[in-house]
Design a protein around this ligand. Structure first.
Ligand SMILES: Cc1cc2nc3c(=O)[nH]c(=O)nc-3n(C[C@H](O)[C@H](O)[C@H](O)COP(=O)(O)OP(=O)(O)OC[C@H]3O[C@@H](n4cnc5c(N)ncnc54)[C@H](O)[C@@H]3O)c2cc1C
Ligand code: SF4
Ligand code: SF4
Ligand code: SF4
Length: 355
């Protein structure tokens, strides 16, 4: 019988353009021989022990969403609005009251505020999130954050994917008994849940996560292609880009002083979208404890969906501390209208998995 090892993952997922670069295989490998290449794909360097864990941990090999929902929420989603958003308890608008977080965050600073509060109050020992690579502010890199001051490095959005699940493996090796918060795009949250509920995974990688924070996501771009495109659009200005945002159908790249260096319709960059995103139907990080996005919120605010007790409690605690200002969303049709529309668009993507 043939073994399903990294070579099988290469042929069935990575070379078949299904890979999202979520980092789950990388974070799961018990002998750490996998890493993300410059081409933003998992690759191998070193001696494989043929354990098959990378293959059976990959959410693109298989993902039993109903099973995971029963494990996380106690039930599978119903046939109504939950088909678009996944299961959630409450919806809020929220924004940080911390001026420093306001100056570096992407929208309402909710993700950074949640991590700051939980780290400072020792609810968690570290946060596994995505910050920028040393070579570029726009290149995402999984990061393990132990000190609230380092959190500001992860604030803001990078519009490529770094594979944050890879950081979970690193956090476990540094502190096997710690409590972690994990921040990820929907596919990264899927990877974390796959490890948590699969019988053939490296459960160490997920067992210490006390809070998973999902970030809404329509698509990401291939980093190298996006950088080449920005370079063509703004020449030398490329080196000054510190922030990218997608708002109201425009893709903008800005300098630290908020000078607009690139401003184009977002569909001009569609050709640089990762192939794996074209088969992804999850917009709101449906399997997280708490999800955060911005499209449809007033400027400077985030939309928050609390999904589990852990997510709701963490959010309420931060609001009680007054680090977050918040308003419950009462009129779902009006205030969540764009979220539902974007989620519906993404549900048209046909999910493809190997098994
Ligand atoms: C690639 C990408 C696509 C997105 N698409 C949408 C969308 O279609 N609609 C929508 O409403 N919102 C989208 N968002 C979310 C939005 O841009 C904000 O990130 C969200 O509102 C949280 O804002 P905040 O101010 O609370 O976050 P902040 O406090 O600024 O914290 C940002 C958090 O995001 C994490 N992060 C940043 N870049 C990445 C990355 N590349 N991969 C994984 N995690 C990352 C960081 O770890 C950090 O913890 C997207 C974000 C990203 C990164
Ligand atoms: S989708 Fe994730 S787990 Fe699967 S091969 Fe790609 S990076 Fe690895
Ligand atoms: S050691 Fe196991 S997890 Fe690592 S590459 Fe080989 S089969 Fe995959
Ligand atoms: S669109 Fe889906 S696959 Fe692509 S980065 Fe976002 S969550 Fe991952």
């Amino acid at each position: 019988m043939s073994l399903n090892v990294f070579g099988t993952l290469m042929s069935k997922v990575i070379n078949a353009n299904l890979c999202t670069n979520c980092g789950t295989c990388i974070g799961s490998c018990p002998v750490n021989v996998l890493y993300s290449s410059d081409a933003e794909k998992p690759t191998i360097k070193g001696r494989c022990i043929l354990c098959q864990i990378c293959y059976y941990s990959c959410p693109r090999v298989s993902l039993d969403i109903q099973e995971i929902e029963k494990g996380v929420f106690g039930r599978a989603r119903n046939d109504g609005r939950e088909m678009l958003t996944g299961i959630y308890k409450s919806a809020y608008l929220a924004k940080t009251t911390d001026p420093y977080i306001q100056s570096v965050c992407q929208d309402g600073g909710v993700a950074t505020s949640l991590l700051k509060f939980t780290l400072e109050n020792n609810t968690i020992d570290c946060a596994v999130a995505t910050s920028s690579d040393a070579i570029s502010q726009l290149k995402p890199k999984p990061t393990v954050i132990w000190n609230p001051k380092e959190l500001l490095l992860a604030s803001g959005a990078r519009y490529s994917i770094g594979g944050s699940v890879g950081g979970l493996g690193e956090a476990f090796q540094s502190f096997p008994k710690g409590n972690f918060a994990f921040v990820g795009l929907p596919c990264e949250i899927q990877g974390f849940r796959k490890i948590q509920f699969s019988k053939r995974s490296n459960e160490h990688t997920s067992q210490n996560v006390a809070l998973s924070i999902g970030i809404f996501c329509s698509k990401v771009f291939n980093y190298n292609q996006l950088i080449d495109y920005f370079s063509k659009e703004c020449g030398d200005g490329l080196k000054d880009i510190t922030r990218v945002e997608i708002k109201k159908g425009r893709l903008k790249a800005l300098s630290r002083n908020k000078d607009v260096l690139v401003d184009v319709p977002v569909n001009k960059a569609d050709q640089f979208v990762r192939e794996g995103c074209r088969t992804c139907p999850d917009y709101t990080a449906e399997l997280s404890d708490i999800s955060i996005g911005a499209a449809g919120a007033p400027l400077g605010w985030s939309i928050v969906l609390t999904r589990t007790e852990a997510g709701e409690n963490a959010f309420k605690e931060v609001c009680k501390s007054e680090l977050l200002e918040y308003k419950p969303i009462a009129d779902l049709k009006k205030e969540l209208g764009l979220v539902l529309k974007l989620a519906e668009i993404k549900k048209k993507n046909i999910w493809k998995q190997v098994e």
